[in-house]
Design a protein around this ligand. Structure first.
Ligand code: FAD
Ligand code: NAI
Length: 475
């Protein structure tokens, strides 16, 4: 006998588990199917984000930043540390504990919200009169029937052609997050978000890190004034970043990995490293879903084709998160999950793609929302820009972290904020105010007139707003 549900969610990453909880809150009977296993074979809910993405990377970034501070910056505060050591196994163990807390937290939330969880691979069998039949292949085989289905199967790391991940020498984000020791020499292909975050972790712990990037521009999607500032800071820390490269043959053996590459001038080069991380983007995960059984349309990348409301071509089948178009971000997946559950309940769920913030958790952090200066120029939009450096912010000086700036872009005629770009301390937290402002279609004058606590980094945002009108008070 198959078990019947109003909604079956396939995937318990941030897109799927949040959609399941919201649908249950709205009174639907909900099943969530996820196949992720931890090292003991037990369910590990939370998908890429919790297991090998957002959460573990931030745990390692925090540990390695403490080490960096103790090694290079405590002395400025009059603190001396003798015989500083790094226990990598302990750091990785702490990260695993943080991951487990998050896995267990989601299981608790499912119980609290009466979401039925099934551990195993979910795949379409057929559409029947009662709904969609989903087979769960795990320790226990089950057949479920759902009136509606949300596919939230996420994404996987893209490998270089002919260079599969072995997670020993050639690492995806998975292997990069569980190295047992600090590699003396570490190579990274791709200076995108993972390349910079993982490169930072292992550089701080003592690796000699070289990043090879195909594009000639550093962080091309980021506002270029901000990207230049970040580039300078990361190079100063010791990351070697080669732009405009062409990666050639890669050989991996027990002794290490060699990478043939050509630099921007067309000169042949060779890089010898102990480990190589390949971070060249991610591919949507539709393997094993048996999408063709119900005629689910995929695009040439394997992503599920959806409209702007996350409806697929099959009535009652929705898809959210990394497996569909748009930025591959956990909070984007979550917002889509909530919106789909609300649409199923007849409500008007909404995701504003113009106000999805981005954060790169390097040091300094890079965060932005809205349009970049280069996008506004390309669109021929008249705008005003204001910047304020952290060098002139009292809190940043007290923290000893004055790299970077806040940059605000506003419409030349209406003063509506069109984008905010930050490189500097706690940019990840500062950007939230800017997202709120843009959601409410605030003007730069609105931010400039709002009282910000002193001394705080957020005063730099207020000053950038004042700078739009060329009237900073502290610079
Ligand atoms: P996923 O999190 O990938 O979850 C999909 C789930 O579905 C998985 O558990 C998978 O096992 C399961 N699944 C797949 N197919 C099936 C099937 N047929 N049956 C059953 N289960 C199935 N984003 C941020 O916003 N901030 C960050 O700081 C950040 N850091 C990141 C760091 C790294 C190293 C990486 C790799 C990614 C990071 N991301 C970050 C991106 C973020 O992890 C993804 O955007 C997010 O996880 C996407 O959520 P999702 O629910 O769509 O898919
Ligand atoms: P990415 O898209 O951010 O960067 C990939 C980089 O690799 C690009 O700069 C690209 O030009 C380069 N590249 C592609 N092919 C190449 C080649 N053959 N040789 C050299 N360079 C090549 O992808 P990444 O870093 O793998 O991350 C995937 C996604 O995961 C991100 O785009 C983001 O959506 C998400 N993520 C988000 C984080 C956050 O929000 N803080 C952290 C980490 C990942």
């Amino acid at each position: 006998m198959s078990k019947q549900f109003d909604v079956i969610v396939i995937g318990a990453g941030p897109g799927g588990y949040i959609a399941a909880i919201r649908a249950a809150q709205l009174g639907m009977s909900v099943a969530c199917v996820d196949e992720w296993k931890n090292s003991k074979g037990a369910p590990a809910l939370g998908g890429t984000c919790t297991n090998v993405g957002c959460i573990p990377s931030k745990a390692l970034l925090q540990s390695s930043e403490h080490f960096e501070q103790a090694q290079h910056h405590f002395a400025e505060h009059g603190i001396s540390v003798a015989d500083l050591k790094m226990d990598v196994a302990k750091m990785v163990g702490r990260k695993d504990t943080v991951v487990k807390q998050n896995n267990d937290g989601i299981l608790y939330l499912f119980k609290k919200n009466k979401v039925s969880f099934f551990h195993g691979r979910g795949s379409f069998v057929q559409a029947t009169e009662g709904g969609y039949q989903i087979q769960v292949a795990g320790a226990v085989e089950e057949t479920l029937v759902g009136k509606q289905v949300i596919v939230a199967t996420g994404s996987n790391a893209r490998a270089l052609p002919g260079v599969p991940f072995d997670e020993e020498m050639i690492l995806s984000n998975d292997g990069a997050l569980r190295l047992g020791a600090v590699p003396k020499k570490l190579g990274l292909i791709g200076s995108g978000v993972i390349g910079l975050e993982m490169g930072s972790v292992w550089r701080r712990l003592g690796s000699d890190v070289t990043v090879l990037e195909a594009l000639p521009t550093f962080l091309g999607a980021v506002d270029q004034q901000i990207a230049r500032e970040a580039h300078k800071a990361l190079l100063k820390q010791g990351l070697k970043i080669e732009l405009g490269v062409k990666v050639g043959a890669i050989q991996s053996g027990k002794q290490g990995v060699s990478v043939e590459w050509t630099n921007a001038k067309g000169e042949a080069q060779e890089l010898q490293v102990d480990k190589l991380i390949v971070s060249i983007g991610r591919v949507p995960n539709t393997t094993g879903l048996n999408a063709q059984a119900v005629g689910l349309q995929l695009d040439e990348r394997g992503a599920i084709v959806v409209d702007d409301q996350c409806r697929s071509n099959v009535p009652g089948v929705w898809a959210v998160g990394d497996v569909v178009r748009g930025p591959m971000l956990a909070h984007k997946a979550e917002e889509e999950g909530v919106a789909v559950a609300e649409r199923m309940a007849g409500q008007h769920g909404h995701v504003n793609f113009n106000t999805i913030p981005w954060v790169i958790y390097t040091s300094p952090e890079i965060a932005w929302v809205g349009q970049t200066e280069q996008q506004l120029k390309a669109a021929g939009r008249a705008y005003k820009a204001g910047t304020f450096p952290f060098l002139a912010n009292g809190r940043a000086r007290a923290l000893g972290d004055t790299t970077g700036m806040v940059k605000m872009l506003a419409d030349a005629a209406t003063d509506e904020i069109l984008g905010v770009h930050i490189v500097g301390p706690l940019a990840s937290e500062l950007i939230a105010e800017c997202v709120v402002a843009m959601e409410f279609r605030a003007s730069s004058e609105d931010i400039a007139r709002i009282c910000h606590a002193h001394p705080s980094l957020s005063e730099a945002t207020k000053e950038a707003a004042l700078a739009v009108d060329k009237r900073t008070l502290n610079f």
